[in-house]
Design a protein around this ligand. Structure first.
Ligand code: PEP
Ligand code: MN
Length: 336
C-alpha cells in the first residue's frame, strides 16, 4: 500500500503517518520526491485497509500497489533515482563503467586503467572475485585483486566497481569498491541481497540470465527493503536458443524497466555479445533504447586477458564509440 502525502504535508504529518503505520505492526518507508512524499507500507497481509490512513492529516491518497515489488516501483516514486559515485551522478549523467573482466597483475591493470582514464572514464570495473562457470577457469586474484584496485583508486582517482560473490567478503570488498556488483549468477541469492541492503554503498545488480523482469525487480526490492536505496539495474543479456552470440541482449527490457521502476538502468553489451565486434553496435542500441549507462569490458591486450578476452573492447576505440554515443543521445534529445 502506498500513502501519497499532499504537496504541502509537513514533516510532522509525515512522521505521524509513519507512527500510525508502525502502531499497526507494519513497516513504513517514506520516499521523498520532488513534488511530494509517498510512504510505502510493507508487511501488510491484508488486514489493514485504506480507511486506516485516508483521514490522517496531510494524506492525499492511499493506493494499493498490486505489483510484488513496492519500493522499486515507479508508482512509489515518480522521479528517476539519482546518486553520486565520485563526480558522476548516476541516473542523470550518462555513465560508462569500463575495465577488464578480471583484475590482472598490478602493472597490467594500472596500464589499462590509465588508458581508460585518458578517454574520460571515471568508473573502473574489474573483478577480483570471479564467479566462473567452470572450476578450472581463472577464479580471480581475490584479496590481492582488491589491493590492486585500491591502487587504481589511489593513484588514478577512479571509482571502483567490483563484484562481490560471498556474504563473508562484503565488508572486505566494500572497503575498496565504490559500487558493489552482483553478477547474473547471484541475482537470486537472497541472503547476499539482504546483507547488501544493509551497507551504505551503491549496488549494481545484474539481471539473472533467465530472470523475468518481475523476478529481477523483486531482487532489487530485497536491497531497497533493508534500507539501501542506491541500486543500479543492468541488463546483460539472457539465455535463448541463439548461437550467434553469448546471450541475447534484451533491448526491450530497458524501456520496460524504465517504465516500471525509478532506479537507473544500465546495460552490459559485453556479456550480451560475447564478441568484440558486436560491443559497439549493441552499446549504441542500448543508448538508443534509453540506457542511462554502460558496463563495458575493456582490455588493451585481449589475446592475453585473464578472462573474457573474446569480448574485450580496446581502449583505443573508446573515443570513436563515445562520439557515436553522444550523436545518438543528441539525435534522440536524451542529453540532460
Ligand atoms: C562480469 O561482469 O564480469 C560478469 C561476471 O558478468 P555476469 O555476471 O553478467 O556474467
Ligand atoms: Mn566478464
Amino acid at each position: 500500500m502506498l500513502i501519497v502525502m499532499k504537496k504541502a504535508a509537513t514533516p510532522a504529518e509525515i512522521d505521524n503517518v509513519c507512527k500510525v503505520v508502525q502502531s499497526l505492526n507494519l513497516e513504513s518507508h517514506p520516499m521523498p520526491g520532488a513534488q511530494r512524499t509517498a510512504i510505502c507500507i510493507t508487511g501488510n497481509k491484508g488486514s489493514v485497509t485504506k480507511d486506516n490512513f485516508s483521514n490522517l492529516p496531510g494524506v492525499k491518497d492511499v493506493i494499493r500497489v498490486s505489483k510484488p515489488y513496492k519500493l522499486v516501483s515507479r508508482e512509489t516514486k515518480i522521479e528517476d533515482t539519482t546518486f553520486k559515485v565520485g563526480d558522476v551522478t548516476i541516473g542523470k549523467d550518462f555513465a560508462v563503467i569500463a575495465g577488464p573482466c578480471s583484475v590482472e597483475e598490478e602493472s597490467i591493470t594500472l596500464r589499462i586503467a590509465e588508458k581508460l582514464k585518458a578517454h574520460g572514464i571515471n568508473l573502473f570495473r574489474a573483478g577480483a572475485f570471479k564467479p566462473r562457470t567452470g572450476p578450472y577457469s581463472f577464479q580471480g586474484l581475490g584479496e590481492q585483486g582488491l589491493e590492486i584496485l585500491a591502487k587504481v583508486k589511489q593513484q588514478l582517482g577512479l571509482s571502483i566497481v567490483t563484484e562481490v560473490i560471498d556474504i563473508e567478503k562484503i565488508e572486505m570488498v566494500a572497503e575498496v569498491a565504490d559500487v558493489l556488483q552482483v553478477g547474473t549468477r547471484n541475482m537470486a541469492n537472497t541472503s547476499l541481497l539482504k546483507k547488501l541492503s544493509k551497507i551504505n554503498k551503491p549496488v549494481l545488480l545484474k539481471r539473472g540470465m533467465s530472470a523475468t523482469l518481475d523476478e529481477y525487480l523483486q531482487a532489487a526490492e530485497y536491497i531497497m527493503l533493508g534500507g539501501n536505496y542506491q541500486v543500479i539495474l543492468c541488463e546483460r543479456g539472457i539465455r535463448t536458443f541463439n548461437d550467434h552470440c553469448r546471450n541475447t541482449l534484451d533491448i526491450a527490457a530497458i524501456p520496460t524497466l524504465q517504465e516500471r521502476t525509478h532506479l537507473p538502468i544500465f546495460a552490459d553489451p559485453s556479456h550480451a555479445a560475447g564478441r568484440t565486434d558486436l560491443v559497439a553496435p549493441l552499446s549504441l542500441a542500448c543508448v538508443a533504447a534509453g540506457a542511462q549507462g554502460l558496463l563495458l569490458e575493456a582490455h588493451d591486450d585481449a589475446a592475453n586477458a585473464y578472462s573474457d578476452g573474446q569480448q574485450a573492447f580496446h581502449p583505443d576505440n573508446l573515443y570513436n564509440l563515445q562520439q557515436k554515443i553522444i550523436n545518438v543521445r543528441e539525435g534522440l534529445c536524451l542529453t540532460t
